[in-house]
Design a protein around this ligand. Structure first.
Ligand code: SAM
Length: 269
């Protein structure tokens, strides 16, 4: 009988004398059903160029390499990189990039080619990674990422709900976003302290929202959410917003993206 992903993971750590590094968000996925769910959510096929963020021990990478045409695996931990090179030595469609994802230029890796992203993300840098993906010069067709459950809920939240805020607007401004499934702590080794969710992001191919001044739009939105329980006119008092035609006694958390765009369109500092 083949060993389970959990057994392979534990054995690799033991043989190479390694402990997972909490500081680097090392919680290895050991549930084969979740791995398959991720592959299906990305609709991965033998035509696909795939960038994997945080490839870890390479156990998940092995499954990705079987399903994709080519995999570029990015991992900051040099020891894990060595282990994954070892276990993937028979695959000729995997290349490794041993560096910080936040210092990696996706464009240089994919050079204008069509590509997808999969990543069981290091949770301590989820927001900057999502920002990097959604603002990339070459955006992926789809990114299927494992994030903390709370963060996933914020990404998909709609106006008027508790979790709705600047991260919801940021994400939905650039992409269609969906929670594919929730994942229990027992699907990882070691167990994380928080629940997880698989999120599918499909960046808009052409901008979905027309905004005259994107920086001003995000500045206003962030300023408003600094005081999410106050009436709009309070956190935004430095802008002249009368022409927006919106009720400025409303709370920021009730405004749709379109309404924030209206505010930004009318804003006169
Ligand atoms: N893909 C593996 C899996 O699913 O079992 C590992 C996922 S683990 C949650 C996150 C991985 O991201 C770890 O291997 C960690 O070393 C790596 N990592 C952490 N910070 C990183 C960074 N700034 N750039 C690239 N990789 C990073």
């Amino acid at each position: 009988m083949n060993p389970t992903l959990a057994e392979v993971t534990r054995q690799l750590l033991q043989v190479y004398g390694r402990y997972p590094r909490k500081r680097l968000g090392q919680h290895f996925l050991t549930d084969p059903q979740v791995v398959q769910r991720i592959i299906q959510a990305a609709e991965l096929s033998k035509d696909d160029l795939l960038v994997e963020i945080g490839s870890g021990l390479g156990v998940v990478t092995t499954e990705l390499a079987k399903a994709a045409y080519q995999v570029i695996a990015i991992e900051i931990d040099k020891e894990l990189l060595r282990i994954s090179r070892d276990i993937l030595k028979d695959f000729n469609n995997v290349s490794f990039v041993g560096q910080d994802i936040l210092k990696t230029d996706l464009h240089e890796l994919v050079l204008g080619r069509r590509y997808k992203i999969i990543g069981n993300l290091p949770y301590y840098i989820t927001a900057p990674i999502v920002e990097q993906i959604l603002k990339a010069a070459d955006k992926p067709e789809v990114a299927v990422i494992m994030v903390q459950k709370e963060v996933a809920e914020r990404m998909v939240a709609t106006p008027g709900t508790k979790k709705y805020g600047s991260f919801s607007i940021f994400t939905q401004f650039y992409a269609e976003v969906e929670i594919n499934s929730f994942v229990s702590k027992s699907s990882f080794h070691p167990w994380p302290e928080v629940g997880s969710a698989v999120v599918t992001l499909k960046p808009h191919k052409t901008p979905k929202y027309k905004v005259k001044d994107e920086k001003l739009f995000f500045d206003i939105m962030h300023a408003a959410f600094q005081q999410r329980r106050k009436m709009l006119r309070s956190p935004l008092s430095e802008y002249n917003l009368e022409e927006a035609g919106l009720d400025l006694t409303r709370r920021p958390e009730t405004l749709s993206i379109e309404e924030f765009i209206k505010l930004a369109g009318a804003a006169k500092p």
